[in-house]
Each structure stands twice: as C-alpha cells, then as structure tokens.
Design a protein around this ligand. Structure first.
Ligand code: ADP
Ligand code: MN
Ligand code: MN
Ligand code: MN
Length: 376
C-alpha cells in the first residue's frame, strides 16, 4: 500500500510545521495559479510581495515560459482573483490568473476571457451557477486508491454517501480539502462519497457570473495540492475505470432571477427547449477535447444520458437536464445540466449555458458551428 503513495508525502511533516511557523516580517508570499496549455490542469509558482495586497490591483502581472510547437514562448499572467493561502497561511495569497499570449490575445485555453464578456452582457439576469465536482483518488501508480492490486472491490452499491473503512476510501483528503476551501474563501457548499469506491464529490456555489468559474478552478487547485500532501492523485478523468463503474461529471446547476421567482418553472422549461436545440454544441464544450473524453462517460448507463440524445425530466438521473424534485414541487428554482464532464472548463460550460439560455440572437451562430460527425 505505502508504495502507491508518493515519496514526498512521507517526508517528516513535524519538521515542516516548524519552518512554516517562522515569522515572515511584513512580506507576503503570492502563489500565482493558472490553467495549463492543455486546458486540463493547473500550474503555479510563487513570488514575494513587499506587503500584503489589499486588492487585486496591488498584485503585479507576471510571466512564465509556455510551450508552442516545440519552442518556449513567454506568456503573461494577469491576476484576476485573490484567495487566502491555506497551506502557508495568512498573510500569504493564492492568485488566480488569466494567461495572455505575447500578442496580448488570450491563450487558447483561456476561456475566461470570453466568459467574462458574456457574463457582463447577461448580468441583469443575475445568473447563478452551482457546480458539483466529482473526482477519483488514485495512487501515484495510477491505480484507484486502496483498490486491490489485482481485481476489483465489491460492486457499486454501498459506497455512495457510505462510511466505514470498507466503504469510504480516503476521507482525510475530502475533509482537509473542505477546510482548505473555507479558509481560502471558496464558497464550498457540500461534499459526499460517490458511487464508485475512492470516488468523491464536492459542490461549489451558487455563485454569480464569472465567479463560478474562478471558484471552481481554485477549488480544483486546492484539491490537487491537498492530494499532493497526502501522496495521492485526484483524477478528473470522466471515466477512469471502464465498464460498470460510475464516471465523473461536473453537473452544473443554473438559475436566474426569473427562474428563482414565483412561477419560475415556466422559464426553466423554456430554457430547456433552447438547450435542446444546441445539444451538440454543449457536448463539444463538455470536456477539453471536443466531447471525446465525455463520450466514454455519457453511455446512458451508470446514471448518465446517452451522449447523442438530449433529454430532460424531473428527478431523473438518466437525463441531460434534470429538474430537481424540490424545484418541480416549488415551481421555481434551478435546472441541473448533467452533461459536463469532470474535466470540463467551468468558464466554457457556464458561458455556453448563459449564451444558449439568455442571449437569443447568438443561438444561430452556435447552430452554424454544429458538426455532429465529430462525436461518432
Ligand atoms: P445533486 O442532488 O444533483 O447531487 P448537490 O446537492 O450535489 O445536488 O448540488 C447542488 C448544487 O446546486 C450545488 O452546487 C448548489 O450550489 C447548486 N444550487 C443550489 N441552488 C441553486 C440555484 N438557485 N441556482 C444555481 N445553483 C444552485
Ligand atoms: Mn451532487
Ligand atoms: Mn454526484
Ligand atoms: Mn447532480
């Protein structure tokens, strides 16, 4: 078992806490965090600031060496959101950044740039998003954490929201990540053990507009960083284990002032028809590879809908869009888009939902991009 944990996780953590408790004068460590060139993960590096920043304007731009067709290129880091650093503690900061190319245009994986413009256009609707991030813990050997090295654990059934050493694998990580999120200033609203053993979920939200993407990306950073301390890996692969084992999604819950008001269900039903008309477009942005990763997950089995068919229903898990039971009863609230994969870019997902549901004129542009063959 130990050999599946990273070597650095076994370094002496008591020694570490001595050094972390040393005073740092008035200086502030700022760890810049950004989305990598493949759009499926994060990178970070740290610098010293002369004093604690009081707003994002106090944090200077920076840069790093990215790679473009085999040669390195300098990219600019533009700070966009500050969080408290739960690893090195106050006054140190985590700084989420947008990435620009050297021509000042957004990098290819910088979906925040357009998301911000869309959220600005639809801000009068007061759009809220709540995202459910599912993930699977793996050892550094890539094998699901604490699964038998040969064969499989007992079939799915007892693990979802389960407890006990034979049902909940790796809860330390979930609890430490939850605390780290609260300390950092993430609006984390819950966590639970998932259907597959070693699979877990946390939820962020509801957050308005661009903040949803900012918060989920930083919550992912904290997850990967907590896992690093424990010597394991958090995989956002939408279907880490083929066969009759649940995949991982990033269900995206969405509401506006109108859907939250009395009789809002009528608005939700109209939005569902708009989402139906743009199904393929939404599948294409549901993972970083045009829907190819999510194709392994959206089979119509294991609590998913079939990737080729749009469907919607109250309180069903086998649909593209679910109307939660309480929303159907109250006739107001939010809808749940169950299609996004665990490794989706939340900026791409939230901006697509906002465009389709709230920007009438843009729908035709979306449909003209439609290419259903890509999914076969
Ligand atoms: P599920 O039953 O699908 O597992 P969860 O309890 O895991 O649902 O997650 C519910 C999500 O819905 C949370 O992310 C929460 O922030 C979000 N949510 C709740 N109310 C709203 C709302 N009015 N608008 C948007 N999202 C919401
Ligand atoms: Mn959930
Ligand atoms: Mn779930
Ligand atoms: Mn859900």
């Amino acid at each position: 078992m130990l050999s599946t944990l990273s070597v650095s996780s076994q370094l002496n953590k008591v020694l570490r806490s001595h050094y972390l408790s040393l005073s740092q004068g008035g200086l502030c460590q700022a760890t810049y965090v950004w989305i990598n060139d493949s759009g499926d993960g994060l990178q970070s590096k740290t610098r010293t600031l002369e004093s604690e920043p009081s707003s994002i304007e106090d944090i200077p731009k920076w840069n790093f060496e990215g790679f473009s067709t085999n040669h390195s290129v300098t990219r600019t880091l533009v700070p966009v959101s500050i969080f408290k650093d739960p690893f090195t503690l106050d006054p140190n900061k985590l700084v989420l950044c947008e990435v620009l190319k050297n021509n000042r245009k957004p990098a290819d994986t910088n979906h925040r740039y357009v998301c911000k413009k869309i959220m600005e256009k639809v801000k009068d609707f007061r759009p809220w998003f709540g995202m459910e991030q599912e993930y699977t813990l793996l050892g550094i050997d890539g094998h699901p954490y604490s699964w038998p090295s040969n064969g499989f654990p007992k079939p799915q059934g007892p693990y979802y929201c389960g407890l006990g050493a034979d049902r909940a694998y790796g809860r330390d990580i979930v609890e430490c990540h939850y605390k780290a999120c609260i300390y950092a200033g993430i609006k984390i609203c819950g966590a639970n053990a998932e259907v597959m053993p070693s699979q877990w979920e946390f939820q962020v939200g509801p957050c308005e507009g661009i903040v949803a993407g900012d918060q989920l990306w930083m919550a992912r950073f904290l997850l990967h960083r907590v896992c690093e301390d424990f010597g394991v890996i958090a995989s956002l692969d939408p279907k880490p284990i083929p066969g009759n084992w649940n995949g991982s999604g990033c269900h995206t819950n969405f509401s506006t002032e109108a859907t939250r008001a009395k009789g809002g269900l009528d608005h939700i039903e109209k939005m569902i028809e708009k989402l139906r008309a743009c199904h393929v477009q939404h599948i294409r942005i549901s993972d970083p590879h045009g829907g190819q990763d999510n194709k392994r997950r959206l089979t119509g089995f294991n609590e998913t809908s079939n990737i080729h068919e749009f469907s919607a229903a109250v309180a069903s898990s086998r649909v593209s869009i679910r109307i939660p039971l309480n929303v159907s009863q109250d006739k107001r609230g939010y809808l749940e888009d169950r299609r996004p994969a665990a490794n989706c870019d939340p900026y791409a997902v939230t901006s697509a939902i906002a465009r389709t549901c709230l920007m009438e004129d843009e729908v035709e542009d979306l449909l003209s991009d439609l290419d259903i063959d890509d999914l076969d």
